[in-house]
Design a protein around this ligand. Structure first.
Ligand SMILES: [Zn+2]
Length: 66
């Protein structure tokens, strides 16, 4: 599942339940909307070899230009 942090606009993917943003620690997170998920998919393509992060259950992307 892909999440979005309302506090710092950090998009991240987690394969287990998450209660707080891993970047800023705030609990103001929600499921990413369609546009944010599309952005995450673009990052996944751009930074191809992210598979190693899958083992940790956490993939990090910073939104750019916002
Ligand atoms: Zn955050």
């Amino acid at each position: 599942m892909i999440y979005h942090c309302n506090a710092c606009r950090f998009n991240f993917e987690r394969f287990s339940a998450v209660s707080a943003c891993p970047d800023c620690g705030k609990q103001d997170i929600r499921e990413a909307n369609a546009a944010e998920k599309a952005e995450v998919m673009r990052y996944r393509k751009e930074f191809g070899p992210v598979t190693r992060f899958y083992t940790t259950g956490l993939i990090r992307w910073k939104s750019r230009g916002r």
